[in-house]
Design a protein. Structure first.
Length: 311
């Protein structure tokens, strides 16, 4: 039995509750098909559209009526984990029941530890929240201490750091659920970023890339496979040009060379490839796969997707 972390993209789960309830049905079908094949799955997911919706709702409410509370960004991340997990676990449970598979599924609200000295804290890059005009941006900088940047010529937005994941607070809980043969949904949206605070942890306004968090989870669980599911069937080079080429396999040396050539988009494929590299490096027995949700099962059997070789 292979132990596999499956990382679903947040955009694949829809942009509002109605759309998400429909979209998770497709994810659930793909996940249960892999369960039927005998693999042990751990499910991670993104949360970009969902946490943005939650953050925007609270931000606009506070701007309209100051007596309405502001919601710190870590709490918005926690809400998105619960909201996505609720839909996803119910869809998976329904599909398991439809196929007469006796298996439980649960969402773990997951905190991911980051290093407070991570260089990312000196260079915030991840835009969050609403677009505002320059005057409002200056007020936010002065009153709230936000760092604001102009984004896509549409106005100004807050930026937060994107540190690398170090550890997972609830790791032993996750292990216990896996050992009891339960399906676990965890590190949603990359996890709630926290730093050590005495005997506990404190949330910080940051965004952990869900692909790096999924790779760290897979590493800590010593999984056999990390599978990152996205909108395309393969990793490509020369994307969008007449020379576009699907890659069915990638070595670590090839990844390094293609990164030097800027073959992978920073906001899209680059973190996926880098996360896969971090998981397989130094582990010849491990395998990472980047594939589409629709062909996830085929990708596990290497009939689709891009395989990243370890060693």
């Amino acid at each position: 039995m292979r132990k596999i972390v499956i990382a679903l993209g947040g955009n694949a789960l829809g942009h509002d509750p109605t759309e998400q309830r429909q979209q998770v049905k497709h994810a659930a079908k793909a996940i249960v098909d892999m369960v039927k094949a005998g693999d042990q799955l751990i499910i991670a997911h993104g949360n970009g559209p969902q946490v943005g919706m939650i953050n925007k709702a609270f931000e606009e409410s506070h701007l309209i009526e100051r007596s309405n509370p502001e919601m710190p960004f870590p709490e918005c991340g926690a809400m998105s984990q619960g909201y996505i997990g609720y839909h996803l676990q119910n869809a998976i449970r329904r599909e398991l029941n439809n196929q007469h598979i006796d298996k439980q599924v649960a969402t773990v609200i997951t905190q991911v530890v980051v290093d407070k000295n991570d260089p990312a804290f000196q260079h915030p890059t991840k835009p969050i929240g609403n677009f505002v005009d320059l005057e409002t941006a200056k007020i936010f900088e002065k009153e709230k201490g936000y760092q604001m940047i102009e984004d896509a010529n549409r106005g100004y937005r807050r930026v937060v750091p994107s540190p690398k994941p170090v550890d997972i607070v609830e790791l032993n809980v996750i292990k216990t659920l896996i050992e009891n043969n339960h399906l676990v949904i965890t590190v949603g949206g990359g996890g709630i970023p926290v730093i050590q605070d005495g005997q506990g942890f404190s949330g910080i306004p940051a965004v952990i890339d869900k692909d790096f968090a999924s790779a760290r989870l897979a590493d800590l669980l010593d999984c056999d496979v990390l599978m990152i599911l996205t909108a395309v069937d393969h990793v490509k080079i020369h994307f969008g040009t007449p020379n576009e080429k699907d890659l069915k396999q990638l070595t670590l040396d090839e990844i390094d060379q293609y990164i030097l050539e800027n073959q992978f988009s920073k906001g899209s494929m680059l973190p996926k490839v880098e996360a896969c590299k971090s998981f397989v490096k130094g582990h010849a027995q491990r395998k990472a796969i980047i594939a589409s949700l629709e062909k996830a099962k085929d990708a596990l059997e290497e009939r689709s997707g891009t395989v990243i070789i370890g060693g």
